[in-house]
Design a binder for this molecule. Structure first.
Ligand SMILES: C[S@@+](CC[C@H](N)C(=O)[O-])C[C@H]1O[C@@H](n2cnc3c(N)ncnc32)[C@H](O)[C@@H]1O
Length: 242
């Protein structure tokens, strides 16, 4: 993980991120999760991998899960604890998941965590580690940005300053600015298309149960730009290969 620069290791970014909730483009990432969990998850022990300032952790708690939130950023975990002192937020070093219970979780949620993690090998190590934490019938839900998010305009994001995103291939850097908060420094993500995720899942012994790319219906109270036509997120529902 030596080449990995975590843009979330910053007090400014943690402060900005803590203001994000479930509005605008993010609505589409969370809207279908209750239904997905009802359909596939048996049990309440959950891990929020890459919990950030705890938005996704608190979302899981509100649905009745007993959640451990883990992150590698001290600033993000510190902010999560400040917002939610009763929550279980843990700082983990690098890709070391040894402090977490093997086969301990019915649900692992990874919400936007893989968007800026570079390289096949690191992803493989992390998915392999997560796979070991899943109960035998556990479910891993991985929410990531679609390649299209970096090429279009959105209620929550702009990419118009980064025409070079169009030339990016799998594994290349892409940039995107969140317009939902004031910190306009771009997030530097790594383009990782559907086929590349399929390869990681296969090599990490994860099997796809379903994939969803939610679109807006048009009657939500948000000013959609591309969201009714183009899906900004892919939601992968995965289980251990049998
Ligand atoms: C885009 S934020 C998402 C936060 C949260 N899931 C949410 O929905 O608000 C991604 C988070 O993943 C964390 N992260 C990146 N690599 C990680 C790793 N190897 N292990 C744990 N967390 C990681 C970052 O520090 C950052 O806080």
């Amino acid at each position: 993980m030596s080449d990995f620069v975590n843009c979330y290791e910053s007090a400014t970014r943690a402060e900005a991120y803590s203001k994000l909730e479930f509005a605008n483009t993010y609505h589409l990432a969370f809207r279908d999760l209750p239904e997905i969990f009802r359909a596939h998850v048996k049990g309440t022990a959950a891990l929020d991998f890459g919990c950030g300032t705890g938005r996704s952790t608190r979302f899981l708690v509100s649905l009745g899960f007993a959640v451990v939130g883990v992150d590698i950023s001290q600033d993000m975990v510190g902010k999560a604890r400040q917002i939610d002192p009763k929550g279980d937020y843990r700082l983990i070093p690098g890709d070391d998941m040894s402090a977490l219970q093997r086969e301990g979780f019915s649900l692992i949620l990874s919400a936007f965590t893989f968007d800026n993690i570079p390289g096949m090998e690191t992803k493989l190590r992390l998915f392999g580690g997560l796979c070991e934490l899943l109960k035998k019938d556990g479910i891993l839900v991985n929410i990531v940005s679609t390649p299209e998010i970096y090429l279009n305009e959105w209620a929550s994001f702009t990419t118009r300053d980064f025409p070079e995103n169009r030339n990016a291939g799998p594994g290349d850097e892409v940039r995107i600015i969140t317009t939902d908060f004031e910190d306009r420094s771009p997030a530097v993500d790594i383009l990782w298309p559907h086929e590349s995720y399929l390869e990681v899942y296969r090599r990490a012994s994860l099997e796809m149960v379903e994939v969803r790319r939610p679109l807006a219906k048009g009657d939500e109270p948000y000013r959609w730009i591309s969201e009714t036509r183009i899906a900004p997120w892919a939601i992968y529902v995965l289980r251990r290969s049998s």
